[in-house]
Design a protein around this ligand. Sequence first.
Ligand SMILES: NC(=O)C1=CN([C@@H]2O[C@H](COP(=O)(O)OP(=O)(O)OC[C@H]3O[C@@H](n4cnc5c(N)ncnc54)[C@H](O)[C@@H]3O)[C@@H](O)[C@H]2O)C=CC1
Ligand SMILES: O=C(O)CCC(=O)C(=O)O
Length: 524
Amino acid sequence: MFQILVADSISEEGLAPLISNESIRVIQNKVSEVEDILHEFDALLVRSATIVTEELLSKMKNLQIIARAGVGVDNIDVTAATKQGVVVINAPDGNTLSTAEHTFAMMTSLVRHIPQANISVKSRNWNRTSFVGTELAGKCLGIIGLGRIGTEIAKRAKAFSMTVQVYDPFLTHSKAEDLGVISTSLDDVLSLSDIITVHTPLTKETKDLLSYDNLAKTKKGVYVINCARGGIIDEQALVTYLENGHVAGAALDVFEVEPPLDNRLLEFEQVIVTPHLGASTKEAQLNVASQVAKEIVHFFEGKPVTSSINLPTLSREVFEKIQPYYELANKMGLILSQCMKEAVKEVNITYAGLVTELETTFISKSLLSGFLKSRVASTVNEVNAALIAKERGITFGESYSSSTSSFSNSITVKVIGEKNSFTIQGIYVADYGTRIVMLNGFKIDFNPSGHLLYIQHTDRPGVIGRVGKLLGDIEVNIATMQVGRKEIGGEAIMILSFDAPLQDDTVKTLQKSQDIVSVRKIDL
Ligand SMILES: NC(=O)C1=CN([C@@H]2O[C@H](COP(=O)(O)OP(=O)(O)OC[C@H]3O[C@@H](n4cnc5c(N)ncnc54)[C@H](O)[C@@H]3O)[C@@H](O)[C@H]2O)C=CC1
Ligand SMILES: O=C(O)CCC(=O)C(=O)O
């Protein structure tokens, strides 16, 4: 039974896929109310209220996945989650329309002074001269960040007959052309716009993007809007430019500190505010909750998640093609780590044939996670494998080869240690399965599963018989046996499989037997 902590207020209807699932138990409580059992949860579902810190993560020892019912994951320490091997997902587009509509409502309210006029009339005043506004038609709207929300704003602005100037370093010309917007520099957007609205994530680059210096480049009488993240507009700088009248007004849904209890901006008549309401519609909340709920169910069913922040995202069709290679690679990693018992400096993976047409990064991460699993104390999975390898000084390379050694596809891995190196090659054949076809330079053919023994020995009459007798004498049944050698009378290997794990003493006994060079137990 998987246990999920839903720590923020999330649409009950959206949670239905989780609540109705018999293998999932949903607990709706704040983190502070379940401090004693935090270690029991497999999943954590939040909006923006719960701050997922490294400290909280360290208490959630069983945690496998964090889901953010919304876009911004700035309330989650994604680096700490990644290190702990926890997958982080979000709902990237469920609240796009609501936030775009809210931004547009803020824009029209701002230029027509609707909130101020509303308060005035309700105070029994009938003052029509103080609230003269500005038309949107014919004005220039500057959009900083033309992602999902920015795009919807641009479409609406065009419908309002506005000119749209956009600054987004990652915007393609064709998208700008299709939308009928002008893609230009930040300076142009600042100096030409009558209204500027920001729609970027909060990052090192976008923190204080509208700074003292950049606000100085704007038109006198400009309006600014922030329905993205507090901190993209420098609040101190905005106070200064509102005070000196350079900025005519601001509409803010988000703040550097929320709630903004001690914030000078709230004192300005020409600043209109909402309490982070961009995504607060029934539709958006249902969308984001059901998006992440379905993703969590997929995750626990071992299916790919499509909106991960710290994993490559794959569609189900792509994952189905990758799956056999993904599983083979993981087994190859496990075999390598059990055969190569020394410090490793390099792991080089070469893909050949059909597999090169797939998303190999995902396959490589699966291999690395298999390889590192028995070497590190913490959880290792595809999420943090590359990071852990880097921390341990293991370089990791991926290449493609045109030579498939007569197989339709193959994955070859060479692990280079301080003294030795070890190479393994695996293949996948539809309707036949995954096979290891080369081990440490020896041609072989075995199914990588179950309890195996890898014996390196001298190719001499009687060795195979001695191994069989030795195991028979202690009632160990050999399920399958494969042999391989480089030349007659030279080095050779045996791969034996068993129905149950072998005892370490058995391995030691075999190790002492005549003509046996080394014995390695491999559990897959
Ligand atoms: N107020 C609210 O309730 C809500 C706020 N948001 C926030 O709105 C913002 C935008 O969300 P989406 O459109 O869904 O994100 P998105 O990821 O679709 O778009 C972000 C855009 O910003 C651009 N960008 C990144 N760095 C930039 C830079 N330095 N300069 C200019 N452009 C840059 C990206 O290229 C991308 O096109 C996010 O901060 C999100 O957290 C989202 C939903 C609700
Ligand atoms: O959960 C919310 O209401 C906030 C939405 C938001 O800011 C986001 O999705 O980035």
